[in-house]
Design a protein around this ligand. Structure first.
Ligand code: HAM
Length: 430
């Protein structure tokens, strides 16, 4: 196939059938975010590169090798956003949202970009929906960040996911754990993968979530970070667990969960679905009490999550999920002979009145038009033939029962309106 007729590697088109699923999920999200008190924020697709370097961390995989960074014609280094948290924090500072009543609770849905090796569930342009609550250290909000995606999954009938949580402490207690890891692992350096050998000194926690076989071996017997938490971090983590129990959200503690960003403090979590293979995390997030200060703002605690839309849809497909039926064409208007103007007139007036209406655009025979009406699952078909037009009537057929009758052309709109109102009332009673 011609290269020009293909999306770039790691990207995909969302064709109508899948787009229907997207819209259904987005509709549920809008509802859930409103219930939880989050308002939408839309930030630019690209930001100053430094925001991500400072925010996400220089030694993370994302900053080291996955960013889409380019120099624009004005010589600025810009980066297509690999995630949504740093941009939300930037907006919080730029618009001085810390001066408003706290916490500021924001959500977003949009494309993110990471130069990763594409595979099932991992692409270079993907979409996240997520939320950030800035200006509170209340552990109830940590639990809320888990409860939001869990509520969405509940509505989608997705109960086969697992909530994994951990705490990576604050800079103080984490510092002790880092030293412990460096001391314990340095003698085994040669047994570790090249990436971990390189980053042991600078980012030893990443060894914990390295999937490499050799690193798995050196991890055996390591003490968990929870052993090192200071009393404040311990109490916070205990409170998060209490809230999850109160909300009846099952969870497991994963001692190796550290997440690939430098900004996290205290709570981290992922929601995983095992049917997805290697890319099992459908959602992830955590608390980032130091990030706002790190990028030049006041010291403000915050917490958030993000989920991958494509991964969620893959999960739903794996579970055989179908979106609830969406409304298509309600009325098909078929014409035969010189009745085009009457057909166009009726179709456009139906649409204006809020009735989904369709017609033929290819000068097809009446028979072929009836087939189209069937294919589109039209509830009613209005047939306007030349002879009917002369008598100023139309034939209206109920497609499912085959019942049909003649209706004066100038009252077809009202007639259909009554029929449709009657059927929607019936539907409501059922
Ligand atoms: P993250 O874990 O990097 O966290 O991404 C969140 C979710 O985005 C993942 O669980 C996954 O479903 C999806 N995702 C990530 N990378 C890809 C990819 N290459 N292809 C497809 N899906 C992907 C964050 O981005 C943090 N900003 C979350 C957060 C918000 N933490 C605090 N607030």
């Amino acid at each position: 196939m011609d290269l020009l007729a293909r999306t770039p590697r790691g990207t995909e088109d969302v064709l109508p059938e899948k787009s229907r699923i997207w819209r259904y999920i987005e509709g549920q999200l809008a509802d859930i975010f409103a219930l939880f008190g989050y308002e939408e924020i839309r930030t630019p697709i690209f930001e100053e590169t430094e925001l991500f370097q400072r925010g996400i961390g220089e030694t993370t995989d994302i900053v080291e090798k996955e960013m889409y960074t380019f120099v624009d014609r004005g010589g600025r280094s810009l980066t297509l956003r690999p995630e949504g948290t740093a941009p939300v924090v930037r907006a919080y500072l730029q618009h001085k949202l810390y001066g408003e009543p706290q916490p500021v609770k924001l959500y977003y849905i949009g494309p993110m970009f990471r130069y990763e090796r594409p595979q099932a569930g991992r692409s270079r342009q993907f979409h996240q929906f997520g939320a950030e609550a800035l200006g509170t250290q209340d552990p109830a909000v940590d639990a809320e960040m888990i409860a939001i995606p869990v509520e969405l999954f509940r509505r989608l009938g997705l109960d086969a996911v697992q909530v994994q949580i951990n705490s990576i402490g604050c800079p103080q207690c984490r510092g002790e754990y880092r030293s412990y890891l460096i001391d314990t692992l340095t003698p085994k350096l040669q047994e570790m993968c090249a990436d971990c050998q390189r980053r042991l000194q600078r980012n030893p926690l990443r060894v914990l979530d390295c999937k490499d076989e050799s690193c798995n071996k050196v991890k055996v017997g390591l003490r968990p970070i929870l052993d090192f938490l200071c009393s404040e971090c311990q109490a916070h983590f205990r409170a998060v667990q209490d809230y999850l129990e109160l909300l009846e959200i099952p969870y497991v503690i994963n001692h190796n969960l550290v997440r690939g960003f430098d900004y996290y403090t205290k709570t981290v979590f992922e929601i995983v679905y095992s049917g997805l293979g290697a890319q099992s995390a459908v959602a992830g997030g955590g608390r980032y009490d130091g990030l706002i200060e790190e990028v030049g703002g006041p010291s403000v605690p915050a917490v958030g999550f993000a989920a991958g839309m494509e991964r969620l849809i893959l999960t739903l497909e794996d579970r055989g999920w179908e979106p609830p039926g969406t409304r298509g064409t309600t009325v098909y208007v078929a014409g035969a002979g010189q009745t085009r103007r009457a057909v166009v007139d009726l179709v456009f007036h139906l649409r204006r009145a809020g009735v989904a209406a369709e017609m033929d655009y290819l000068n097809r025979s009446l028979r072929a038009q009836m087939k189209s009406a069937n294919r589109l699952n039209a509830v009613w078909t209005v047939i306007i033939g030349e002879e009917e037009l002369e008598r100023k009537v139309a034939v209206v057929r109920h497609m499912e029962s085959g019942r049909q009758e003649e209706v004066p052309l100038d009252s077809v709109m009202d007639w259909l309106g009554e029929q449709l109102a009657a059927t929607s009332c019936q539907g409501a009673e059922e």
